[in-house]
Design a protein around this ligand. Sequence first.
Ligand code: ZN
Length: 303
Amino acid sequence: MPDAVAPLTLALSSAAPLTQASLEAVAELLLDHPGTLVLTGAGMSTDSGIPDYRGPDGQRRVTPMQHGEFVGSSAARQRYWARSFIGWQRFSHAEPNDCHRSVSALQARGVLGPVITQNVDGLHQAAGSRDVTELHGTLAEVLCLTCGTRTDRDLLQARMAEQNPGFEALASGEASDGSRVSSQIRPDGDIVLDDALVTAFHLPHCTTCGADTLKPDVVFFGGSVPRERVDACYALTDEAPALLVLGSSLAVMSGLRFVRHAAKRGIPVMAITRGPTRGDDLMTVRVDAPLRPSLRALVDHQA
Ligand SMILES: [Zn+2]
């Protein structure tokens, strides 16, 4: 930790004085609390081409897959896997952006500690972060809900390609009008796909038990995070000197509860994200600003 701290310059032309002051406050708190626990959300990955379900106003822009719907019907799973088959091509090629690299850099310097992420894209790890807990699971693994067998998502992708020859070309619009597949990819790897195409898709079955109950190992909306993972995150919060929320409006309880827990412990709670969060009344400092320049400023400040 450096003794002399360079003046913090926030590279935001539109930065309000309050935002500037708040970011400086975050920088000072981080200096005083090395190893600060990080909680990240969808705002981290938008620069990697993975959009947020919610806009800066916190309102949902698209309807995500619901847990009950997915486990309740083969038709819903067919729709999910058909879309996911196409979406995976792009999702799996997403790369970490400057936000992930900044977190990784601050972690390497000991400024930040473990990372709890609500994202399922693996980009923190790809950027070199360690001690990452994927609160909502990962899209890179697939779980059979009937027998519990785990499969690598890439292997399943290859199997779906085999069972659905030509589907990719058809879905990408190469076969006819070129407008059949939307370019809109969603945070869970889903995309928008024409209904007629969905019904033509062969739903993959489990190679162990034969059931059609394969599910990406992620927590869908309406699903619950495994208890032991929740406990592990509470334990991280118990040990944390401070908590920093990045790119999340804390709209779902799965993340908000750790903010509440941290506030109850009396440790500093900070957030940098666009728009309001559900934990605003619990924050020591909150910066309503774009993530990338804010994190960059913190990296420069802690250099
Ligand atoms: Zn199975």
